[in-house]
Design a protein around this ligand. Structure first.
Ligand code: SF4
Length: 390
């Protein structure tokens, strides 16, 4: 059942008193950030210092050291009181800091804000918001359809939507937002799905309150109007509220991917991702641990790695059936110590495995080095090969 929020001050004051006294009578609220934050926020208003000062003092008297930001109760007494206050005293209520959780600091890279989501691919056009359905988000992450950039849940219509806006604006490749799963179902609860729909349909007012949103506190105070407008412009909302079938949503991701209009050009902030053009290696620095000779052994159906010291002395012969096993063993035994050498060995082991599987010939590639002749001048066993064909 949804409670009617009073709009007349007298009725609102009665509700505020009743709800805060209910919180005072409930021990679970005494250690909850939700009550403490609401009381302190209301205390900073004129009404808080006059008409409701008594009940705020009563609430303060039961405060205990905070154990949790918000217990997430289906009916939250301070939230009802705060809603009544904001409705009856809109001027004072608009700027109140009622949320007990702090806005996390942005980090460099993408996504800039942490949250309950899975990141799959930066250059993909679809973000999926599974609302309150955690298992749906996990299932889509495992399915990993090609167009999926990220999938996560959304539990609140203020901080949650703000994070969604900032993380989306930081990736211009995201052009679709699929909203699916179950919206939060609470008598006086958050309704992020309904709020998202309202945001796209009606926008926000001058206080950045989402028009038509019915959730607890649909005010986007940590994003600018410019960011909100850019977000709505960047992504197309695909409404699948209530849909929880992974395969149906996965097919929708594929449909969106086929209609990808390309990266968005109008983001108001720079993305923190560095795009770097890779260049071919020009030189190889010798690994102090030594060098390797790699070959597939077709008779024994395995890969072989001979490891030599830089003085040309064989000290290990490793055998294995996969590049993963051999590279892991090389690292564990500290037979390679340089990243470029590790990358080279990984490439060569993969080529050798392919030759083993297909029965084709394998010749170990030589990596470039200023101190050796071009690869074709070597016998072909590797970048560290000492035998040069005259
Ligand atoms: S969420 Fe609300 S009702 Fe639940 S413990 Fe916290 S203040 Fe009390």
């Amino acid at each position: 059942m949804r409670l009617k929020i009073p709009e007349q001050p007298a009725e609102a004051l009665r509700v505020i008193y009743a709800q805060l006294r209910a919180a005072v009578a409930a021990p679970k609220c005494h250690t909850c950030g939700c009550l403490q934050q609401t009381v302190e926020a209301l205390a900073g208003t004129d009404v808080g210092q006059q008409q409701i000062a008594t009940v705020l003092d009563e609430a303060r008297a039961v405060f205990q050291p905070k154990h949790y930001d918000c217990l997430g109760c289906p009916v939250c007494y301070p939230a009802i009181a705060a809603n009544a206050f904001s409705n009856a005293f809109p001027e004072a209520g608009a700027g109140l800091n009622l949320c007990p959780t702090d806005e996390p600091a942005e980090r460099t890279g993408w996504p800039p804000l942490p949250g309950n989501y899975h990141v799959l691919k930066y250059r993909a056009p679809v973000a999926v918001c599974a609302l309150n359905s955690d298992s749906l988000a996990s299932g889509l992450k495992d399915l990993a359809p090609a167009g999926l950039a990220m999938v996560g849940t959304l539990h609140t219509e203020n901080l949650g939507i703000e994070r969604l806006i900032k993380n989306t604006l930081a990736n211009p490749h995201i052009r679709f937002l699929i909203v699916c799963g179950e919206d939060t179902r609470q008598a006086i609860g958050h309704l992020p799905g309904q709020s998202l729909h309202s945001l796209f349909a009606y926008g926000v007012d001058e206080r950045r309150r989402i028009r038509g949103a019915r959730g607890k506190r649909p005010v986007l105070k940590n994003v600018t109007l410019e960011e909100i407008h850019a977000f709505v412009d960047q992504v197309t909302l695909v409404a699948m509220l209530g849909e929880t079938r992974e395969e149906v949503i996965s097919m929708q991701v594929e449909t969106c991917r086929r209609h990808d209009p390309g990266p968005y050009q109008g983001a108001p902030t720079e993305t923190g991702v560095n795009i770097v053009q890779a260049v071919e290696p020009e030189r190889l620095t010798l690994d102090p641990a030594g060098y390797v000779v790699i070959y597939p052994d077709g008779t024994r159906r395995c890969l072989v790695v001979e490891h030599y010291t830089n003085a040309g002395v064989l000290n290990y012969v490793l055998e294995g059936t996969s590049p993963a096993a051999l590279s892991t063993t090389l690292i564990e035994r500290q037979l390679l110590t340089r990243l470029d050498h590790a990358a080279y060995i990984g490439r060569e082991l993969t080529r050798a495995e392919q030759a083993l599987l297909t029965g084709t010939a394998y010749i170990q590639d030589a990596a470039p080095s200023p101190n050796t002749s071009p690869p074709s001048a070597h016998c072909g066993c590797g970048p560290d090969c000492l035998e040069v064909i005259p």
